[in-house]
Write a protein that binds this ligand. Structure first.
Ligand code: EPU
Length: 441
């Protein structure tokens, strides 16, 4: 199987990228569509590996879920007949845990394996399980089989407060509450705009979900049905990858369509370091090299902060900024898998340990004081990067190594293309359209 890229770097990338649909909405919207009566049509769904995995998983449950056009997916839960997920397929995608919502509403009982996804930390689901329990759902984990089994005797009700932000957790609680008894209030929810896109999709189908600041209030409805196809938003993580490519290769890349709310923090920070940013249309953003870049310290945060998904790509940009840049990862406990690979290419990066007063509350993951956590790096710039033979360990690290190889002079080999393709649609075609030299082998 072709699973590597050969990249010849050093060319300025120029042109316009039509962004694909957001992976982190597409996965959830396909699952949410199983709560609807009849056929649901979703548009702008990216043809990426995580989506193909999910569609396959849903098909194994008996329901219809398939591409009917390049980026259109049709979902029909009428023939849903299984309430236990296949271990191998379910454990490949983290969002599979959200299937508890449609399965519990259909069968009252369901079994789902401990969720997978990129290994960017332990990624426990304690907050999510506690939330399910607070809504009256019984959940048990069997460590021998690796399955969670849940039982929903009655419609969910009550309220739940997240002790710390959880993006997928907030979404699962919403899906579980759509048909609740009276009202469910979820407090201290995650604020990612992808969650609001999922809410819009559900509300268009008849749900009654309101965001009030950090809280989400759901009034139970009796059914959902779709009147018009729903088009999901663009992928802001993909936007950031191409934006950084435009700047670092001394090129000029426009990404569209994406509204400002999705990119504001990234745009502000890019302007601060001297990167060229220009709004070229209502939802169109141009990123280009304007002047030598200056260093900057960043801390990742849930929305509206600097997204954890952006920091690996950002690290490559900081190898070309003048001075020392600190990147402090607050959300996941293991998101520096790309560091050794960048060092192989000539980057100067060191792990550092910023002093944090109360790490248990500062970090969004479950901080364990008895464990050694490597949560920050210092990137020294500017440094000459050369080609290398590299290996991708997780999705965002994949795009990071591709950026580094497209910037560095010479030919690089990147192994693990399929990991990058979990989340990037038509990556080779898009890079080629900007004048980049990449091929899959
Ligand atoms: N966490 C717990 N317990 C829980 C829930 C979360 O300890 O019950 C921890 C996580 O391990 C993590 C932190 O809390 O350290 C935040 O987790 P969150 O639940 O917010 O993240 P997620 O839902 O697993 C989603 C995206 C990520 C994105 C984050 C932040 C999906 C499928 N994944 O992850 O996307 O980085 O939110 O917005 O939506 C990616 O696309 O590459 C990716 C990893």
């Amino acid at each position: 199987m072709e699973d590597a890229y050969i990249i010849r770097g050093g060319k300025p990338l120029k042109g316009t990228i039509k962004l694909s649909g957001a992976k982190n909405v597409a996965l959830k919207a396909v699952i949410a569509a199983l709560l609807f009566d009849g056929v649901v049509t979703l548009k702008n769904i990216p043809r990426i590996r995580d989506i193909f995995e999910l569609l396959h998983l849903i098909q194994t449950l008996g329901a219809r879920a398939e591409f009917t056009d390049t980026n259109t997916v049709l979902v029909d839960s009428t023939k849903l007949k299984e309430n236990k997920l296949d271990f191998l397929h379910a454990s490949k995608i983290r969002a599979s845990f959200m299937l508890f919502a449609p399965l519990l509403y259909r069968f009252k009982e369901a079994s789902i394996p401990n969720p997978g996804g990129c290994r960017i930390g332990a990624r426990p689901i304690d907050r999510i399980v506690n939330g399910m329990k607070d809504l009256g759902i019984k959940v048990e984990y069997n460590s021998e089989t690796g399955y969670y089994k849940a039982l929903m005797d009655d419609k969910p009700f009550g309220d739940y407060t997240f002790i710390k932000s959880s993006h997928t957790g907030t979404e699962l609680m919403i899906l579980l509450s759509v048909f609740c008894k009276d009202t469910v209030t979820i407090r201290n929810t995650a604020l990612e705009p992808e969650i609001d896109d999922l809410i819009s999709f559900l509300n268009e189908g008849g749900a009654n979900i309101k965001r009030i600041g950090n809280d989400i209030v759901i009034q139970g409805v009796t059914s959902l049905s779709q009147k018009n196809p729903y088009t999901i938003v663009s992928d802001r993580n993909e936007a950031v990858t191409f934006a950084i490519l435009g700047i670092i290769t001394k090129g000029d890349v426009t990404v569209e369509p994406l509204s400002e709310n999705y990119l504001k923090t990234f745009i502000d920070v890019t302007k601060k370091i001297g990167g060229g940013v220009e709004k070229t249309g209502d939802n169109s953003w141009r990123f280009y090299y304007k002047s030598p870049l200056s260093s900057l310290d960043i801390v990742t945060d849930p929305h509206p902060g600097f997204m954890t998904d952006w920091q690996p790509n950002w690290a490559v940009l900081m190898t070309q900024a003048m001075g020392k840049s600190l990147i402090h990862e607050r959300v996941f406990e293991n998101r520096f898998s790309y560091v050794d690979e960048l060092i192989k290419m000539g980057a100067k990066i060191e792990y550092s340990s910023p002093v944090v007063e109360n790490p248990e509350s500062f970090y969004i993951f479950n901080y364990d004081k008895n464990k050694e956590h490597k949560q920050a790096i210092t990137v020294y710039g500017p440094q000459h990067l050369h080609n290398g033979v590299l290996t991708i360990a997780d999705l965002r690290a994949g795009a990071t190594l591709a950026i580094a190889a497209l910037f560095a002079e010479g030919e690089s080999v990147i192994n693990g293309a399929s990991i990058l393709e979990r989340g990037y649609e038509n990556f080779v075609e898009k890079i080629t359209s900007l004048g980049g030299d990449i091929k899959k082998v």
